[in-house]
Design a protein around this ligand. Sequence first.
Ligand code: NAD
Length: 322
Amino acid sequence: MGKSYNVLIIGAGNIGAFFDMPYSKNVLTHAHAFSKVEGFNLLGFVDVDNKKAIEAANIWNAKAFESIEEAFTNNTIDIVSICVPDEYHYKILDEISIFSVKVVFTEKPLTKNLIEAKKIIQLYNENNIKCMINYSRRFVSQFEQIKNEIEEGKYGELLCGSGYYGKGILHNGSHLIDLLRYIYGEIKSTQTLSYNYDYYKDDASVSAILTFNNNSNFVIQNIPASNYTIFEIDLLFEKKRIRITDSGFKIEIQEVLDSNVFKGYKNIVKTSERKTELGEALENAVLNIYNHLKYGEKLKCNIHDAYEVIKICENLQSGRRL
Ligand SMILES: NC(=O)c1ccc[n+]([C@@H]2O[C@H](COP(=O)([O-])OP(=O)(O)OC[C@H]3O[C@@H](n4cnc5c(N)ncnc54)[C@H](O)[C@@H]3O)[C@@H](O)[C@H]2O)c1
């Protein structure tokens, strides 16, 4: 496959290193994805807790660095993965912008607020660093297919929709908002209905009405994380209904059929259910980075996509104070 790109992972926690092992079937960590996809060399880890960096390095056959500076001294680093908690994304994005890196692959959300996001966009433009954000469902072919089918008019106009999430509008709700923007389109206005702090003290889970450009409404509802984890989307179009369930591992399609009970009535009836490749999203994202570097393929989730999502989340959060 030619040149190997050197990779540094900052944050040796669950999604960085420990959600899976080299022998695991599913690829659930940045470490696994960069180890599995050809063309990358996983150089090592940096973590504020050096013991975690050492543990990760042992599992993934890489090095443990004591600091970002140490990692960049005497090494060419092409890719940096940022896998630290949300509140440190900005600090690390800022810190690595002085180095000559080709692509930064950061966990979502890009930053905790719009002011920080604007600064990072400016900094990365000035230093010509590309940034991809891990809104995982963008790297799943079945969602790309749905997006294309909607664009081709196979579903008709959107009538309305609803969805469930928990653990903060920015932390988890942003996945849902990003997926809606990706498969369907722009959200032109929002109306916050209620909120609660079910997980983070500074990231309320908001229930709200989102209105798309065609004036159809989507009701997003938070289910407090103490009950269970849920991520679902239901979109009702003129011709079909799409139900995204099981965090996005399943997509159910319903179609308009004549009722076989009530003559002359039409019902919406389940006609198919597909399993998605959500378990392969990280691997696909890393492949997207390789194809971008090698063949100029477009990055599937860029810094501007991430910025728009934060803007919507901030609207929703400020709405709760009105
Ligand atoms: N895309 C997804 O579906 C998905 C899934 C899970 C987590 N995430 C995101 O990944 C990020 C990390 O989540 P996690 O569950 O792996 O967290 P975690 O707490 O398991 O790991 C974070 C690691 O970062 C380290 N760390 C903290 N501050 C640091 C700093 N300044 N420099 C270096 N290391 C630092 C911690 O010591 C820890 O080892 C979060 O932003 C989360 O939103 C995304």
